[in-house]
Ligand binder design. Structure first.
Ligand code: ASP
Length: 637
């Protein structure tokens, strides 16, 4: 085989006159009669090859003394097709047909003197060409190796690879120890559903794939690792969602002998380092927002602060109207404390310029949009100019008009605005109006482009989350972050002393958790951990784990905590998400080399797949799946 002396991206004018060898794929093929042009491609670039019998003779074949070789070579070259794999030797010369300024190698070409066909290709289902229309995603995933040959996907792989290094550099330089934790792990109730792996050697027992290395990293702190990092795979068997993958990558971190502040500073340093190294962008100091403020102003714990569309709580004003929708909602849980999930509220969004842009058809759809979040609907009104002075118009105008001055002042209304209202219990009303805010921003064209495409980068910390929230279906407490998250330092005693039956008290406890939010997406989340057995036991109790169950699931953790656990805190960054931001894409599958479809299938390897009964028997598993039962057929991708 002709071995390469250079790659396809490195030859310049300074190489003119040299004899070189290249290996690669035929990227494009142009036959001009007795002259053939080929762009040869490898990971590093494209180089133009010229097959010209006269020039080749002059340049090389005559030297080799083989007068017939060129005819053979031209015959071979003539049969080359896109994606064939070849090796060539030739002479570098200045391009005769004029420079191609788009290519770094655009000033030169190679007059080929020998050609070796290393492998012919079958006719590919599509060409890895960024300029051609992309085939559908199913085909791209099935022939992922062809898709990955596209320069755009090559850039993704290179970006990821650089991001691993940039990440490691920062944490290694800051004294973090890289430790691998097990993939075959134990089933623990951390939040999401787990993937189970049957165990052949211990019949009836199962490993679980880790949702995250959470407990190992905490135990590493007890083990004096002091600062831990790992770029690791996490597994969650969750319901299909467009932006989720059943396995994804995290930058997982933990630090000993710190409180919230020190951890946040270290991680902010990482964010700054990462954006500087990856994109040359200097991240300004991150703003901090409390969970409560985020929920009040944005209706979500990962606020997108790139557009000014704010939520207002107008409950007090709404109570003075005659509007039954408002008044009935405000009757709900009216003896409960402010911000209690069950207490009725009326929330409003003022949409500047909405009167014109949000047509009746659009606003009529908002009730259907909001209902799945547990509210009755969305009331609307326009505030419009009128010769007699601005006035409310359409929708619930007649109920607002008597209190016009107060509404105008409370919402800062200007003629031409639309106002949207949701009236219900605090929890569903807040959730629904937060989602509606994002929808309205899209409908109004207010969402700026990605940071990577010149739009703003709005980073912020969200802090002071509640420790617990009620699961809507079961009515039971669940940990808002995870059960190993500590109460904020000033809340510890309140928490330990709160009665387990005192829902309002439990709901009001604030945790030492924190998230980093970027342009409305959560890029990292973590917390100060519980290092004190009494606090951990109380959390398990609230989550409905009896001391026996807690022991069965977590005895290793509880034991470790009892042997001198240092105070510690940690966080995990969603690595795939970071890459999506760096590249400005919305599609998580585009930043993973071998991703799965929305329903968790790998279309290339055809995983998951049926296994024969014999293999199941080996691991002591019996399948209840009935291939004849229609309802159980796996859904199509
Ligand atoms: N283990 C957490 C997660 O995966 C992150 C953390 O608390 O460090 O979300």
């Amino acid at each position: 085989m002709i071995l390469r002396t250079h790659n396809c991206g490195e030859l310049r004018e300074s190489h003119v006159g040299q004899t070189v060898s290249l290996n690669g794929w035929v990227n494009s093929y142009r036959d001009h009669g007795n002259l053939i042009f080929i762009d040869l491609r490898d990971r590093f670039g494209l180089t133009q090859l010229v097959f010209d019998p006269d020039d080749a003779n002059a340049a090389g074949l005559a030297v080799a003394g083989d007068k017939h070789a060129h005819t053979g070579m031209m015959g071979l070259a003539d049969k080359l097709r896109n994606e064939d794999v070849v090796a060539v030797t030739g002479l570098v010369r200045v391009r005769r047909g004029g420079e191609n300024p788009k290519l770094p190698t655009g000033k030169i070409e190679i007059v080929v003197t020998s050609l070796e066909v290393l492998n012919k290709t079958e006719n590919p289902p599509f060409l890895p060409d960024d300029n051609a229309a992309l085939p559908n995603e199913e085909l791209r995933l099935k022939y992922r190796y062809l898709d990955l040959r596209r320069p755009a996907m090559q850039r993704v792989l290179a970006t990821r690879s650089r991001a691993y290094k940039v990440t490691r550099d920062y944490f290694h330089n800051n004294g973090f120890l890289e430790v691998e934790t097990p993939i075959l792990y134990k089933s623990t109730p951390e939040g999401a559903r787990e993937f189970l792996v049957p165990c052949r050697n211990v019949p009836g027992n199962f490993y679980a794939l880790p949702q995250s290395p959470q407990l190992f990293k905490q135990i590493l702190m007890v083990a004096n690792a002091d600062r831990y990092m790992q770029i690791c795979r996490c597994f969650r068997d969750e319901d299909p969602r467009a932006d989720r993958q059943p396995e994804f990558t995290q930058i997982d971190l933990e630090m000993s002998f710190v409180r919230r502040e020190q951890l946040m500073q270290m991680m902010e340093g990482f964010v700054r380092h990462f954006w500087k190294e990856m994109l040359g962008y200097t991240v300004p100091p991150l703003q901090r927002m409390s969970y409560r403020d985020a929920m009040e102003k944005y209706g979500i714990d990962r606020p997108d602060t790139r557009y000014d569309l704010f939520i207002h709580d107008i409950s007090e004003l709404a109570a003075r109207t005659e509007f039954a929708v408002f008044r009935n909602a405000l009757e709900k849980g009216k003896d409960r404390p402010k911000f209690n999930s069950k207490r009725g509220v009326v929330k409003a969004i003022r949409v500047p310029g909405g009167a014109e842009k949000l047509t009746r058809k659009i606003t009529d759809g908002y009730s259907d949009f909001a209902k799945p979040f547990g509210v009755g609907g969305v009331a609307t009104v326009k505030y419009i100019a009128d010769p007699a002075g601005p006035k409310f118009d359409t929708g619930c105008a007649k109920f607002l008009e008597p209190l016009k001055a107060d509404f105008v002042a409370a919402l800062g209304l200007q003629p031409g605005d639309t106002v949207l209202f949701i009236a219900d219990a605090y929890a569903p009303a807040t959730k629904a109006i937060g989602e509606l805010r994002q929808k309205v921003a899209r409908d109004m064209g207010m969402v700026p482009p990605h940071g990577a495409q010149g739009g703003p980068w709005n980073f912020l910390w969200v802090v002071d989350f509640p420790m617990f929230e009620k699961n809507k279906e079961t009515g039971k407490w669940i940990a808002m972050h995870h059960p190993f998250t500590a109460p904020r330092d000033d809340q510890r005693d309140l928490f330990v002393n709160a009665g387990v039956e005192d829902d309002d008290a439990i709901e009001s406890i604030v945790s030492a958790g924190y998230d980093i939010v970027l342009n409305g997406s959560e890029i990292a989340g973590g917390s100060v951990r519980i290092h004190d057995k009494a606090v951990q036991a109380k959390v398990f109790q609230l989550l409905g784990l009896s001391p026996e169950q807690a022991k069965e699931k977590f005895s290793f953790l509880l034991e470790a905590l009892s042997y001198g656990a240092p105070p510690h805190a940690g966080i995990a960054f969603g690595f795939d998400r970071l890459i999506m931001h760096v590249l400005g894409t919305e599609n998580i599958r585009d930043v993973i080399a071998f991703p799965k479809t929305q329903i968790g299938q790998d279309l290339m390897t055809r995983a998951p797949s049926f296994v024969p009964d014999k293999q199941l028997a080996d691991v002591h598993v019996k399948s209840t799946f009935d291939p004849n039962a229609q309802a159980q057929q796996p859904a199509k991708a």
